[in-house]
Design a protein around this ligand. Structure first.
Ligand SMILES: [Zn+2]
Length: 314
C-alpha cells in the first residue's frame, strides 16, 4: 500500500498540488503534523509530486523517481534526522545539506530536503538552516516536519509556509492499519497509547490491546481498593515502562475528557460517584513527570508504586 493514500492526506494534498500548479509553492514548508499522522510520508509525497516523470498524474508512485523517493534512495531528496544515539540534528549535518542543495539536481526536478523531526535541530543547526531558507537556491524545497512547531525558532517558522496535517479519526486510523497490516485489534491498540497510525506500522496490536486491558483492570481494582499498588509495581516496572506509561496517560486523558464533557454535574454529587477531575489532573501530571524520567536510572518499581498510590482508594 502506498502510504500517501492515507485518507486524511487528501485535503492538504489538494492544497499543495494547487499551489504548485499556480507556481506559488513556497521554498520552505513546515508540515505541522499530529503525532503519528504521517508527516514524513506526506513530505515524501511532496517530493514525488515535484519530481515525478508523469506530470499529468503526478505523483504516479510508479516511475523511477517516485519509487526512489519512496525507498529513500533518490539522489536529489535528502532526509535529515538525528543519527545514532543522538537525539539532536547537529550543525555539520545542516551545513552538508546546504552544500548539497547548492549543487544542481541530478535529475530535471527539484532538490528536496526533509528535516524530521525539525525540533531535533539544536539552535546552531537551526540558525544554519535559516541562512539557506533566506536565500534558497532555485528549484529547491526545504520541508520541515514537526508535531511541536512551537519548539522551533520563530524565525525559522516565519520563513516557511505552514501545512497542517491533522490526524485521522479512530475509525479512519483503523481502516488504514487494516489495509496496511491486515485484521487485528487495532481499535484497542490505537487507544492503548493514543499514538497515530503511522507510529503503529511495526507494532504488535494484540500485545498493545492486552496491555491496555491489563492497565484498565488494574487501575479499576486499585481505585476500588481491591488491589494495593505494591502488588503491581514490580511487574509493571519490569515490563516496557515507556509503553505502560503511555498507556496510563492515554487512559487518564480519556477520563479527563469524559469528565470535562459533563456540564451538569449536580446529579453526580452522590458519595463516591463524583468524578474527581483534580485527582485525574494530578495523576496526569505525575505520569508526565515520570515519562520524562523513565529512561534514566530511577528506581522504577518505587516510582510506579508512588504513582499508583495517587490513584489508590484513600
Ligand atoms: Zn512518478
Amino acid at each position: 500500500m502506498n502510504p500517501a493514500q492515507a485518507s486524511w492526506f487528501e485535503a492538504p494534498q489538494r492544497d499543495i498540488a494547487a499551489a504548485l500548479a499556480a507556481g506559488r509553492l513556497a521554498h520552505g514548508l513546515l508540515i505541522h503534523e499530529d503525532p503519528g499522522a504521517g508527516g514524513l510520508e506526506f513530505a515524501r509525497w511532496i517530493a514525488q509530486l515535484v519530481n515525478c516523470r508523469e506530470p499529468k498524474r503526478a505523483p504516479c508512485g510508479e516511475c523511477q523517481q517516485c519509487r526512489w523517493i519512496l525507498a529513500d534512495q533518490h539522489p536529489d531528496v535528502t532526509r535529515l534526522s538525528p543519527e545514532g544515539e543522538s537525539s539532536q540534528i547537529l550543525i555539520q549535518a545542516v551545513r552538508d545539506l546546504a552544500a548539497d542543495l547548492s549543487l544542481t539536481a541530478h535529475g530535471s526536478g527539484y532538490k528536496v530536503a526533509i528535516v524530521t523531526p525539525a525540533e531535533a535541530m539544536n539552535v546552531f543547526a537551526a540558525n544554519a538552516l535559516l541562512k539557506t531558507l533566506e536565500e534558497p537556491p532555485a528549484r529547491t524545497l526545504i520541508i520541515l516536519v514537526s508535531s511541536q512547531p512551537s519548539r522551533l525558532l520563530a524565525t525559522l517558522r516565519s520563513r516557511c509556509a505552514r501545512v497542517r496535517l491533522v490526524g485521522p479519526t479512530r475509525s479512519e486510523a483503523v481502516q488504514f492499519l487494516e489495509a496496511a497490516r491486515g485484521a487485528g485489534p487495532w481499535n484497542d491498540a490505537l487507544a492503548a497509547t493514543a499514538a497515530g497510525p503511522f507510529s503503529m506500522l511495526d507494532a504488535d496490536p494484540a500485545a498493545l490491546a492486552q496491555l491496555r486491558g491489563d492497565t484498565i483492570s488494574t487501575l479499576n481494582d486499585i481505585g476500588s481498593g481491591q488491589l494495593q499498588p505494591p502488588a503491581v509495581a514490580d511487574r509493571w516496572a519490569r515490563g516496557d515502562i515507556a509503553v505502560r506509561l503511555a498507556c496510563l496517560e492515554s487512559w487518564v486523558t480519556e477520563r479527563i475528557l469524559e469528565n470535562a464533557g459533563i456540564r451538569d454535574v449536580t446529579h453526580l454529587s452522590g458519595a463516591g460517584r463524583a468524578p474527581n477531575i483534580c485527582r485525574l489532573f494530578e495523576l496526569s501530571d505525575a505520569i508526565r513527570d515520570m515519562r520524562k524520567l523513565a529512561h534514566t536510572s530511577i528506581n522504577k518499581t518505587m516510582a510506579v508504586e508512588t504513582l499508583l498510590w495517587r490513584w489508590a482508594k484513600q
